[in-house]
Design a protein around this ligand. Structure first.
Ligand code: UGA
Length: 449
């Protein structure tokens, strides 16, 4: 079966899903309300930066298997499976703002005339699937009983920004939850080439697990996955704090505990902590859900607290070395929440820059992908790292872009007036910097390795 697919919402997840499904042979229609973005997408161009996405979109566009429309009714008419990929930003009371989901679901309800599986791909609060069915039902005005036309499924997305296409096409698992078994079959049918890895570029030795489950379990899996990853990082950061107190080296501790296959080596890099549009938002949602049931999620709250401390600790470190920060020149290397993206959402660097500016520091920055930060007009962004470091009292590495690892310490020393470098990602060779006369401080790193 080659189910025709609609993807509602052409943000980050939606565009990747649409382009990837078209690349494995599905007929896909994507929905985008914004005229400028629609024009770009219709020309086969990505409206945002993601490695490889432009090429994939252009190829899908040329193959004729992917088109975009602003009309949800058109997309519903042209499909049997609809993936909901609209934004769910943080709303009031810690819960996600579901207004875009509600409005898309109502439009789908009005357009529904033939059987459809409506699949949530956006990260939606646990219980949203059942709520969604009621929204579609309320908007539906056709002659056939709605139960014959609508099944709801959840197929959470686990892709990472900067690695999105690889993650989508070569996932560890594909999870589909629904209370209607036939709906799960339909979604798996859409994913079949990925499950069997028999598309052009597939790797038959890395077939993902295909997990069938209930709607509520699938919705919870998404939050539990992100919460666990964030927990690993906060754990590494907590251990790093202790390492600093006792004089041990967090990078070596983490690399060594990661050799235990029960623990694993990934997501244990200590630093200024996690950011991005997902971990913070999803933890907040999960914590709020627990509170709704009068449960106090102690561990999850601690994960957030440790992460907030990692950001504050950068300011504390600068205070310790430079004393007052007013008038001091601080250069930040990297602004994006991680390398490989231009995404500034909940980026540690933005919070740190705001705190430094509030303390009266002169803050300069460089990031290969970012030329301005809308909320921080006082932040002086330069087009190369050495220009940003000019006359700086301290340099703080916040995003481990490869270009910063290749910087010569002597060149940085020549540009700066001070000799302090804080390595917020434990990405630099501290001894190299010390040999060039720097005071080097990593996160949880021993004085000399
Ligand atoms: C994360 C998850 O990894 C994806 O599986 C998920 O699909 C996505 O959220 C989502 O829910 O949409 P993403 O936010 O793109 O993906 O970024 P990650 O690569 O997970 O990194 C998140 C943050 O953790 C970054 O700020 C990174 O610098 C930080 N990090 C990561 C650490 O501080 N230490 C580590 O060891 C790993």
């Amino acid at each position: 079966m080659n189910a025709r697919v609609a993807v509602v919402g052409s943000g980050y997840v939606g565009t990747v899903v649409a382009a990837c499904l078209a690349s494995i042979g599905r007929e896909v229609v994507g929905v985008e309300a914004d005229e400028a973005k629609l024009a770009q997408l219709s020309a086969g161009e990505s409206p945002f930066f993601e490695p490889g996405l432009d090429q994939l979109l252009a190829a899908a566009h040329q193959s004729g298997r992917l088109r975009f429309t602003r009309d949800i009714a058109d997309a519903v008419d042209s499909s049997e499976v609809v993936f909901l990929c609209v934004g769910t930003p943080p709303g009031a009371n810690g819960h996600a703002d579901m207004s875009a989901v509600r409005s898309a679901a109502a439009s789908i309800g009005r357009a529904l005339r033939t059987p459809h599986v409506l699949v949530t791909k956006s990260t939606v609060p646990i219980g949203s699937g059942h709520w969604l069915a009621s929204v579609v039902e309320a908007a539906y005005d056709g002659p056939q009983p709605i139960d014959e036309l609508l099944a709801i499924a959840s197929c959470p997305e686990f892709l990472r920004e900067g690695n999105a296409i690889e993650d989508f096409l070569h996932p560890d698992r594909i999870v589909v939850g629904s209370d209607t078994p036939a709906a799960i079959d339909k979604v798996f049918a859409v994913y079949r080439p990925i499950i069997e890895q028999d598309f052009d570029g597939g790797d038959p030795d890395r077939c993902p697990a295909a997990v069938r489950t209930t709607l509520l379990t699938a919705e919870t899996v998404k939050y539990a996955s992100n919460a666990f990853l964030a927990t690993k990082i906060s754990f590494a950061n907590e251990i790093a704090q202790i390492c600093e107190l006792v004089g041990a080296d967090a990078s070596d501790v983490m690399a060594t505990i990661g050799l235990d296959s029960r623990i694993g080596p990934r997501f244990l890099d200590a630093g200024v902590g996690w950011g991005g549009s997902c971990f913070g938002k999803d933890l907040l949602e999960l914590i709020s859900t627990a509170h709704d049931f009068d449960h106090v999620p102690t561990l999850l709250q601690a994960v957030v607290d440790v992460n907030n401390y990692q950001r504050r600790s950068v300011i504390e470190r600068l205070h310790r070395h430079l004393k007052t920060l007013a008038g001091k020149r601080i250069c930040l290397l990297g602004l994006a929440f991680k390398p490989g993206t231009d995404d500034l959402r909940d980026a540690p660097a933005v919070a740190i820059a705001a705190a430094l500016l509030a303390a009266g520091a002169v803050v300069t920055a460089h990031d290969p992908m970012i030329l301005s930060v809308r909320d921080l007009p006082e932040l002086q962004i330069e087009v190369d790292p050495l220009a940003a470091a000019k006359r700086a009292d301290a340099v703080v590495l916040l995003t481990e872009w490869p270009a910063y690892l290749a910087l010569a310490p002597e060149a940085l020393a020549f540009a700066m007036r001070g000799r302090l470098i804080i390595d917020g990602r434990n990405a630099l060779d501290g001894d190299d910097y010390r040999r060039s006369g720097f005071t080097y401080e990593g996160i949880g790193r021993a004085v000399s390795r």
